[in-house]
Write a protein that binds this ligand. Structure first.
Ligand SMILES: Cc1cc2nc3c(=O)[nH]c(=O)nc-3n(C[C@H](O)[C@H](O)[C@H](O)COP(=O)(O)O)c2cc1C
Length: 393
């Protein structure tokens, strides 16, 4: 695979799972626990993935499908494939190119990246490094003046859609991270230092590029003390009692398209669209990183699609690892999916080229699946393409 500076054990990665293994090898334990981990016992994180495997796909023969059209419209943009790169904070932990690599790879693939409030690169840096208008994710911290300033910056830098994440009123219990020493500040033991030492490329890039922080939270966030300060601020700013009035204020304040990310209940989704005036919702449990034992996103998707109807766009994330997963989500009514960890694995293993390759794999898998199903386009996918599975895979 050209451009990926990583020696693959046993050949180049063929699947997202291969990329996961490559990422595991590329990252020290601390960074791996952050990128791959989830909350508590990681039940919801596992359920997200398993839920896709319960469905079986209808297979129509002799349908004459040659090149299925994967394109969908999201937030007023025609995307070449129904896969958007989810917001991931401090993703410079996976690879120093972080958000810049993600945004560039997304636009090369004809889709979009959603820049996190907790990103490793600023809104303006992403704007300067890309040619498309990307989308911004907001963590609605309590201080409306600061939120307003950030929204003005995002609009000024050409970000066209806002994704307000509402499932982090408090941080999930990421035990795996804490066990690995990913505390604030990091807890460094001789064993952990040794682990970092056996990943010299990661360590070197960390020191050289200093991209392990949340730059929107603190000036000078790129020094270690700045990074610690940024994470502390991020925690301090969390608004535990966030409510619908806050969301209404954000809807009023942001003039572009607005989506609510992290809703899991049909009533909430309908309220966001019908009462608040959101353009859509992202059905998400934060990849199982927040409330463990929340249901799998795919499980609650049909109820939300039914309740929202065609009044808002319903997107989904959590556990998408194969092209057939995307097909299943769309058949159950999602307009598109977001992926988080899959591109973080690509990033960890190969920087921008790794993210590009992850998107290629999912595109090829999805194209092949639609040809085999005899389905001409992503737009045609609906419940008639699904059969209840025979239980767990
Ligand atoms: C390392 C990491 C950081 C994340 N940071 C954010 C964030 O800053 N804002 C946000 O809304 N969601 C964040 N998420 C959640 C993702 O946007 C997305 O909901 C989730 O990763 C989807 O599940 P998947 O990883 O199984 O694809 C993060 C996820 C990961 C893995």
């Amino acid at each position: 695979m050209p451009g990926i500076g990583y020696r693959w054990r046993g050949g180049p990665p063929l699947s997202i799972e291969d990329y996961r293994r490559a990422a595991r090898r590329a990252l020290p334990d601390m960074a791996w626990a952050y990128v791959d981990g989830a909350a508590d016992d990681q039940v919801t994180r596992r359920d997200n993935e398993l839920a896709f495997r319960r469905w079986r796909l209808r297979q129509r023969g002799l349908a004459g499908v040659r090149a299925p059209d994967l394109s969908v419209e999201v937030a007023g943009e025609r995307l070449a494939l129904p896969i958007v790169l989810a917001p991931t904070g401090i993703i410079g932990m996976a690879h120093w190119q972080g958000d810049l690599a993600a945004a560039r790879a997304a636009e090369k693939a004809g889709t979009r990246h959603i820049l996190s409030t907790g990103s490793s690169y600023s809104l303006e840096e992403v704007r300067d490094a890309t040619s498309e208008n990307h989308w911004f994710q907001l963590y609605p911290f309590g201080d409306r003046v600061k939120v307003g300033e950030l929204l003005d910056r995002a609009a000024g830098a050409g970000f066209t859609a806002l994704f307000v994440t509402v499932d982090v009123p408090v941080r999930g219990n990421r035990e795996a991270e804490r066990r690995a020493g990913m505390t604030v500040p990091p807890t460094l033991t001789p064993g952990r230092l040794l682990d970092v030492a056996v990943h010299p490329a990661w360590w070197f890039n960390l020191l050289r590029h200093k991209r392990i922080s949340a730059v929107h939270y603190a000036e000078g966030a790129r020094t270690l003390s700045g990074a610690v300060e940024a994470v502390r601020k991020q925690e301090r700013y969390m608004q535990t009692d966030l409510d619908w009035n806050d969301l209404a204020w954000m809807r009023e304040r942001w003039k572009g398209r607005l989506y609510v990310k992290g809703l899991m209940d049909p009533e909430d989704a309908a309220r966001a669209v019908d009462v608040i005036g959101a353009n859509g919702v992202v059905v998400s449990n934060h990849g199982g990183r927040q409330l463990d034992r929340a249901p799998a996103t795919l499980e609650v998707l049909p109820g939300i699609v039914e309740r929202v109807g065609n009044r808002g766009e319903v997107l989904l994330d959590g556990g998408v690892r194969r092209g057939v997963d995307v097909v299943t989500a769309l058949a159950l009514g999602a307009r598109a999916v977001l992926i988080g960890r899959p591109y973080a694995y690509g990033l960890a293993a190969g920087g921008e080229a790794g993210v590009t390759d992850v998107l290629r794999i999912l595109r090829e898998e999805m194209t092949r699946a639609l040809i085999l199903m005899g389905c001409p386009s992503a737009a045609e996918l609906d419940g008639s393409w699904l059969l209840a599975g025979m239980g767990e895979a």
